[in-house]
Design a protein around this ligand. Sequence first.
Ligand SMILES: C[S@@+](CC[C@H](N)C(=O)[O-])C[C@H]1O[C@@H](n2cnc3c(N)ncnc32)[C@H](O)[C@@H]1O
Length: 255
Amino acid sequence: MNANDLLKNIFETKKVVDDLGNEYELNSNLDEKEGEFLKKIIRENKPKNTIEVGCAYGISSLFICSELEKNKNVSHTIIDPFQSSDWKNIGITNLKKANVNFFNIIEKPSEIALPQLLEKQIKYDFAFIDGWHTFDHTLIDFFYLNRLINIGGIIVIDDVGLPGINKLMRYLLNYPSYKMIGNVEINVTKQREIFDLFFKLPFYIMSKILPMKIKYEIFASKVIKSDKKLKLKSSMIALQKISNDDRPWHWFKEF
Ligand SMILES: C[S@@+](CC[C@H](N)C(=O)[O-])C[C@H]1O[C@@H](n2cnc3c(N)ncnc32)[C@H](O)[C@@H]1O
């Protein structure tokens, strides 16, 4: 069975199966639209050495590897401290079922594994962050991946609709060495669009007119960022590293 067939089967049944044949409800995974987005990024940029944080039942890994296997001399590194305990090794089982033989798994928390990879001076062309979803944890993942990624490489961040990660994206989008190259949009209802228009628009306009300093004094951390490059209704965002990260030691931009 190839990765695409296995994915089709998993999404149809909404079940995954461990090595012993026990079935589990599919959960915590990215959806097909997000998976196709990862595949598109890989198809267009042809990375060789890729890495992902957060495997669970291996759905994102299957999407990544199904596209990656079309290239030569590729390798995929997966970091997840709970693959055997919480996820019954099903991520690994699924990759083996799909005949993926170019992956390795590091069963450690990313905050331990990533600095170890940095010490070994390993470089990557593509990274996917979908681990522990707090502001600080995702920032730590990005901090290390920024050092591990080649120029031209891409870092995709999942669940950017969550408040902590959304806030983090506002900060990361200020980095001069990154540009946003794509996103997956969340479908919003008509009611929600109308609500946003009437209730959020005045604040949005105010945040555009007021000088930065006053704006922050009034709204404190709840300030509405008037920045088109960040689509707040995204679920996933891809950033490309376009140059060396040579921000000075005191670099900071309001976010
Ligand atoms: C949302 S799930 C990942 C889903 C997966 N990407 C998919 O599409 O099926 C989050 C994963 O992060 C893992 N995780 C939790 N804490 C972590 C940490 N400190 N470092 C790396 N991964 C972590 C969990 O074990 C879980 O597998």
